[in-house]
Write a protein that binds this ligand. Structure first.
Ligand SMILES: C[S@@+](CC[C@H](N)C(=O)[O-])C[C@H]1O[C@@H](n2cnc3c(N)ncnc32)[C@H](O)[C@@H]1O
Length: 284
């Protein structure tokens, strides 16, 4: 099951990353359009602003050794390496992404300080207490065992180290809205299929997992409003000939991603999908 999921994730990113980079740049995540999603800006600026806003929300002052868990083509890793003058290791399931990310690090002369490899973030090859900061930006939705991610992160962090993550969630189910309806469950299932996600959780579920693992100073926030314009921007840019021909030549896995864009847009608009951020520390 997990091997099959990982193979699908790998194929998806191997096949679609070059097109994404060409069309939308080095960051493969949402943008931040101000706290209420009302700030007008271009999509790439919005993506950099999301990183900056997450770092300031997480109050990250310094970090010498950083793990980018689910690194894409290294957009965050290079940014964090520069900002904190840190050593960064980025992990991805996609050899195409790892190679491209490493080439980008080499191009700016950081090939020895910012490294990328193909490895599972749930079972990494690193020793205990290696990192000051673990950064997981929109890769958590792919993890087949979310509890294991918190377990492994806790193991890898130095005492006092910080986990900072942003991930797609479904709406909380402990409120008056109650459990997910049949229609909501079906909508999520379609998205899981198209984006190769095993499942997503609600933000309170993620907080509970962090707590069970022993993390402290756990903070969480729902940024759905702030990122809401993102899918409109991506869908609008699909009309460009470059995008149409790129999607058609990138293959079936990428083509399947197109209806998923509309499902994401609909999911956020209805409140079923949420954008959750979480910060947690390993006790000193
Ligand atoms: C949507 S991309 C986000 C990339 C990057 N964080 C960014 O924001 O530009 C998801 C990334 O998570 C990685 N990923 C998903 N599950 C993973 C796992 N179990 N181990 C390592 N990487 C994983 C994928 O290979 C991909 O690079």
């Amino acid at each position: 099951m997990v091997a099959d999921l990982y193979q699908r994730i790998q194929q998806f990113y191997d096949g679609s990353s070059a097109l994404w980079e060409q069309m939308w740049g080095e960051h493969m995540h949402h943008g931040h359009y101000g706290p209420h999603g009302t700030h007008r800006k271009n999509q790439q600026q919005a993506q950099v602003d999301l990183i900056d806003t997450l770092l300031s929300w997480g109050q990250v002052q310094q970090a010498a050794h950083i793990l980018d868990a689910g690194c894409g083509i290294g957009g965050s890793a290079l940014y964090l390496g520069d900002r904190y003058q840190a050593t960064v290791v980025g992990l991805t399931l996609s050899p195409v992404q790892a190679e491209r990310a490493q080439a980008r690090a080499a191009a700016v002369g950081w090939g020895d300080r910012v490294r990328f490899q193909v490895a599972d973030v749930l079972h990494t090859p690193f020793e205990d207490a290696t990192f000051d900061l673990i950064w997981s930006l929109e890769s958590g939705e792919h993890y087949p065992d979310k509890a294991q991610f918190f377990r492994e992160s806790y193991r890898l962090l130095k005492p006092g180290g910080q986990l900072l993550m942003a991930t797609w969630c479904h709406r909380p189910t402990q409120s008056l809205a109650g459990p997910l309806t049949e229609a909501e469950t079906q909508q999520l299932a379609a998205l899981y299929q198209l984006y190769h996600l095993p499942y997503v959780l609600s933000l309170p579920d993620y907080q509970a997992l962090a707590q069970e693992q022993g993390f402290q100073t756990i903070r969480a926030a729902d940024w759905s409003e702030a990122v809401a314009p993102f899918w409109d921007a991506v869908i609008a840019s699909l009309g460009q000939w470059q995008a149409i021909s790129g999607v058609l030549t990138a293959g079936w896995s990428t083509l399947q991603g197109v209806p998923a864009l509309f499902l994401m847009q609909r999911g956020f608009a209805s409140g079923l999908l949420r954008y959750g951020v979480l910060s947690a520390h390993k006790p000193t």
